[in-house]
Design a binder for this molecule. Structure first.
Ligand code: NDP
Ligand code: ZN
Length: 357
């Protein structure tokens, strides 16, 4: 008897996407097979396909943001069973790896290797997808959370919040968030939850700017209106900001970040740098290398614990992800349009989400 087949939306090669048929993945003793309830394309999928950021990939099913229903579990899975509704983190580390014991599970087994979906193996834009180490990498979806909203817990919330964590945002601090797409908006929300005083939000799309204010940004900056460092220092009367979170821009953005942050401040980066070979740091403003300005960049932490704790913010009304969901689709086939929207980004777009069940 032949293997059961499924349909998926894939990167066929550089610059090309399309529908393909593959075998339904097999489940090992610790793993799970899931079917998506709702999924969303990520800007990272765009970097991967159209900017060639990860290198060559062919017939790789895309997508790493999903809520799902468990269909099958391996013999050693303890806490999940078929029929359970789950949140699926974009990052699904190998929890036994040495790097996980070092606190950098994102890099379990190699640089960025905790990022498996749509990178090292087929992603979630399929009838079914495979989850490694299900007990560590799935989280039960609380009844109070709509599966469509839960998709934002896969990647946007943990990534934006990781930006605020890496920046160690503290009470009363002034924070600049460069880039206010969905990731930067969650960095604004995360900074505000951690107690930021003033938050500069840098971006130009009107919808994102409106939602940034809703999440607690105090000042809007448009990078088309001149150097953002000048604009911000003008508003602070020359005082440097405490922290900068980079969630947009490119390799040149670090120069601006270092020029606006105070001595001893932190620049955190959660942007996926899809192009360019080097990042330029301004020597003098970096204190000739001695300014105690830290630069930290990180992939979001995956895993069950993070998802379960972040989901409590939704359950208890501390965070509302609905403003991110600007475009809703209801058919699997609409995934293609949703991904192309992420590539082309109209002024009214934050995140498209596709409901499958
Ligand atoms: P968007 O493209 O929606 O947002 C990018 C933002 O950056 C927009 O606000 C845009 O402004 C702004 N921007 C663009 N160019 C500049 C510039 N030169 N100076 C200042 N701001 C600029 O992206 P997402 O929010 O979806 O994702 C952000 C990044 O996070 C992506 O690179 C994505 O791949 C990455 N990512 C990283 C993850 C991680 O684990 N670290 C996980 C998920 C995503 P405008 O309003 O004009 O569009
Ligand atoms: Zn992503």
């Amino acid at each position: 008897m032949g293997k059961k087949k499924m349909k998926g939306f894939a990167m066929l090669g550089f610059d090309t996407v399309g529908w393909i048929e593959k075998d339904v993945p097999e489940v090992g003793p610790l793993d799970a097979l899931c079917k998506p309830l709702a999924v969303s394309p990520c800007t990272s999928d765009v970097h991967t396909v159209w900017e060639r950021a990860l290198g060559e990939r062919s017939d790789l099913i895309l997508g790493h943001e999903a809520s799902a229903e468990v269909v099958e579990v391996g013999a050693l899975v303890k806490d999940f069973k078929p029929g359970d509704k789950v949140i699926v983190p974009a990052i699904t580390p190998d929890w036994c790896a040495v790097e996980s014991q070092m606190g950098i599970s994102q890099h379990s087994g190699g640089m960025l290797n905790g990022w498996k979906f749509s990178n090292m193996k087929d992603g979630v834009f399929a009838d079914y997808f495979h989850v490694n180490e299900a007990d560590g990498n799935l989280a039960h979806l609380p009844d109070e959370i709509d599966p469509v909203e839960a998709v934002m817990l896969s990647d946007m919330v943990p990534t934006g919040f990781h930006g605020a964590e890496l920046a160690e945002v503290a009470y009363g601090e002034t924070v600049t968030v460069i880039g206010i797409g969905p990731v930067g908006l969650m960095a604004v929300a995360g900074s505000v939850l951690r107690g930021a005083g003033r938050v500069f939000a840098v971006g130009s799309r009107e919808k994102c700017r409106e939602v940034a204010i809703g999440y607690g940004a105090t000042d809007l900056i448009d990078y088309h209106d001149g150097d953002i460092v000048d604009q911000i220092l003008d508003k602070t009367h020359g005082a440097y900001v405490d922290k900068v979170i980079i969630a947009g821009g490119d390799v040149n953005t670090f120069d601006q970040a270092v020029r606006m942050v105070r001595r001893g401040g932190i620049v955190s980066n959660i942007n996926y740098l899809g192009t360019g070979d080097y990042i330029k740091i301004p020597r003098v403003e970096w204190g000739l290398g001695m300014g105690h300005i830290r630069i930290a960049g990180g992939l979001m932490p995956g895993g069950r614990k993070n998802m379960e704790y972040l989901s409590k913010l939704l359950v208890h009304g501390r965070l509302d992800v609905k403003p991110l969901l600007t475009h809703r689709f209801h058919k699997f086939e609409d995934l293609e349009q949703a991904l192309l929207m992420m590539k082309d980004k109209t002024p009214d777009l934050i995140k498209p989400v596709v409901t499958l069940a």
